[in-house]
Design a protein around this ligand. Structure first.
Ligand code: GTP
Ligand code: SPV
Ligand code: MN
Length: 592
């Protein structure tokens, strides 16, 4: 029996091909009922009630965390699974060595078998969504079909979802088709397949984050990246933030850091007390779609409408805005619980956990209370530094692009690329220590070009060529920078205080783009002159500052050789100009 609140009929405004696709999927997956999401508040409440009744959500303390819930995912389903994520293109070469590849026909056969009858006893939710402002020429629509109420509720927080998206989609004509089932949450029956040529995604066996919220990495990075290459724009793993200086000028920058390397924190940075008059305006925290504008500048929109952010480490001192934002109307996934039903995580400097993320009595001997990849899901509008420019259909103009990794040694706090072409090499050569955002080892340095290793839906060689081509189409190119907040001393302590203090580096970057800040050349790029970097009120000892800004030629010579070998893995598709740029760095590093 269908619950009264299920909308079973396809809405009149749904395009025929969408209604037909839903029928075909339902015929294969055999759900008990079909629910077309309208994105309303009452529908969200219905989804929440349904999950509370099924034990899929726990209500958190309604006095201190109103509208907040805890979801515990399956213990084997807590992060993205890169080894089970495939790009299925007609030719293997199109996917490149940076992706797992499967022939489309084989992938379809495999997935059909998994999807056969998988929704028996379940509700099939049809989720029309729009990535980007509904009235933006740069926005793109998709429909996710899922049997997870958690996915449906989360998509309402993360995207512009429901009737308005359906209307936009009907106007556009084309949309990305995402089919998702949690299946049995069995890791041996789990695949995330992408068919960029036909704008399709099929995901089975996971209910977690980037595996299941198909608008995010699957659509907005892998599929959109493919479209962007053919249409002349960029879909990147970047935050977008506006930085207003004390004279009231705002500059927007977009920064690519790998997963769990500080995008959310930088996007809603709280200026330090010693930098009065500076204001932060958040546009996005994870994905940027970048377009060359008619004025010759590069413009950015955030395709998302919410944050799926790392919880551990968030507190009133590291990130006051994130901390305040997640005290209401937030879904927590895989955090611990206190005796008062408040969420608890490592790095929260108050309270005590009694239950861990798996619902077991907390015992420090069996691991952390919150999973290291535990997340909050919240509407972007709850961020105290939310910028109304987020809804501007044209987006915001970009002054600088910043690449950043998590590296305990080698990479200095910040350096500037010589020009766009060198900047593309700086991005392509990025490396970072792995984090808990994906399954596998943590803390291992790996190459992560442009922070897109898990998300570039095609051959990296072609991707770098596309970046170079884009440079030709942007008359007023943004400056390109690399930063590293994670350099450590011999004892393993972070050298740089990070978080709000990162504004000091961003201020230098912006002043530099205006031709105002001083820098010194090094073989890898320009480093801030000490006097040009505002360090007042920081109390960093001189030798520490020197180390943060140091470039060790011997270590960098070794790095350049490693970068060269890495580029070789991509063979003949690596642009010659990129190799020549690397030769330039190699030459500059030669002992005199
Ligand atoms: P994804 O959502 O996975 O793409 O990650 P993200 O890049 O948005 O990472 P996020 O900002 O959530 O940060 C991940 C972790 O890094 C958290 O535990 C933060 O507390 C920590 N972190 C963020 N910024 C800094 C910083 O400047 N310094 C240090 N030491 N840690 C930081
Ligand atoms: C990331 O891993 O980069 C994330 C989280 O932003 S997920 O949505 O799971 O991809
Ligand atoms: Mn991310």
């Amino acid at each position: 029996m269908a619950i009264a609140s299920d909308r079973l009929e396809s809405p009149a405004r749904a395009p025929v091909e969408l209604a037909r696709w839903v029928e075909q999927v339902a015929a294969r997956t055999r759900p008990d009922r079909v629910h077309w999401c309208d994105g309303s508040e009452s529908e969200y409440r219905m989804l929440i009630e349904r999950m509370l009744a099924a034990g899929e959500l726990l209500r958190l303390n309604p006095a201190s965390f109103p509208g907040c819930y805890l979801h515990r995912s399956h213990p084997t389903d807590v992060a993205r699974v890169e080894h089970l994520t495939f790009v299925c293109t007609g030719q293997r070469d199109q996917a490149g060595p940076n992706n797992n590849w499967m022939a489309p026909a084989e992938a379809r056969r495999k997935m059909e078998a998994l999807f056969d009858g998988c929704m028996r006893g379940r509700t099939l939710y049809v989720i029309p969504y729009c990535m980007g402002p509904l009235d933006s020429p740069y926005a793109r629509c998709g429909v996710e079909i899922t049997d997870s109420a958690y996915v449906a509720a989360t998509m309402r927080l993360m995207t512009r979802m429901g009737t308005a998206a359906l209307d936009r989609l009907a106007q556009d004509g084309s949309f990305v088709r995402g089919l998702h089932s949690i299946g049995e949450l069995d890791p041996s029956r789990r695949f995330i397949m992408h068919f960029p040529e036909t704008l399709e995604i099929q995901s089975f066996g996971s209910g977690y984050g980037g595996n299941a919220l198909l608008g995010k990495k699957c659509h907005a990075l892998r599929i959109a990246g493919w479209q962007a290459r053919h249409e002349g724009w960029l879909a990147e793993h970047m935050l977008i933030v506006g930085i207003e200086n004390p004279s009231g000028e705002t500059h927007y920058i977009a920064c690519a850091f790998p997963s769990a390397c500080g995008k959310t924190n930088l996007a809603m940075l709280v200026p330090p007390a010693s930098m009065p008059g500076w204001t932060i305006h958040t546009i996005g925290d994870d994905i940027a779609w970048l377009h060359p504008g008619p004025d010759g500048r590069l413009w950015a929109i955030n395709p998302e409408a919410g944050f799926f952010g790392v919880v551990p480490g968030t507190n009133a001192h590291t990130n006051r805005h994130a901390f305040d934002m997640i005290h209401r109307d937030t879904i927590f996934t895989n955090v611990g619980l206190t005796a008062d039903d408040e969420p608890w995580w490592e790095g929260l400097d108050v309270g005590q956990p009694v239950t861990d993320w798996q619902g077991r009595p907390y015992d420090p001997a069996t691991g952390p209370a919150a999973h290291p990849n535990s997340r909050f899901t919240v509407s972007a509008r709850q961020n105290p530094s939310y910028s109304p420019m987020t809804d501007d259909p044209q987006g915001v103009p970009i002054t600088a692009l910043v690449f950043g990794g998590r590296r305990r040694r080698l990479a200095p706090l910040v350096f500037e690329a010589r020009d766009w072409q060198h900047g593309v090499l700086v991005g392509a050569a990025m490396a970072s220590e792995t984090t808990a955002a994906a399954t596998g080892d943590v803390g291992v340095v790996r190459r992560d070009p442009m922070a897109m290793k898990p998300f570039a839906g095609y051959h990296f060689g072609d991707y770098w060529q596309h970046w170079l081509d884009m440079g030709e189409r942007i008359a007023q190119k943004p400056g390109i920078y690399q930063v590293n907040w994670f350099r450590r001393d011999a004892a393993g302590r972070f050298l740089w205080p990070g978080y709000g203090e990162n504004l000091r580096v961003l201020a230098w970057i912006i002043e530099r783009c205006q031709g105002r800040a001083a820098a010194d050349d090094t073989p890898i790029g320009a480093i801030p002159r000490r006097t040009a970097l505002n360090l007042s009120g920081l109390d960093l000892p001189d030798p520490m500052i020197a180390e943060l800004l140091s470039v060790n030629p011997a270590e960098w010579r070794q790095e350049v050789e490693e970068i060269g070998r890495y580029l070789d893995e991509f063979g003949a598709r690596v642009p010659e100009r990129l190799r020549r740029e690397l030769d330039g760095v190699r030459r500059r590093l030669k002992p005199a």
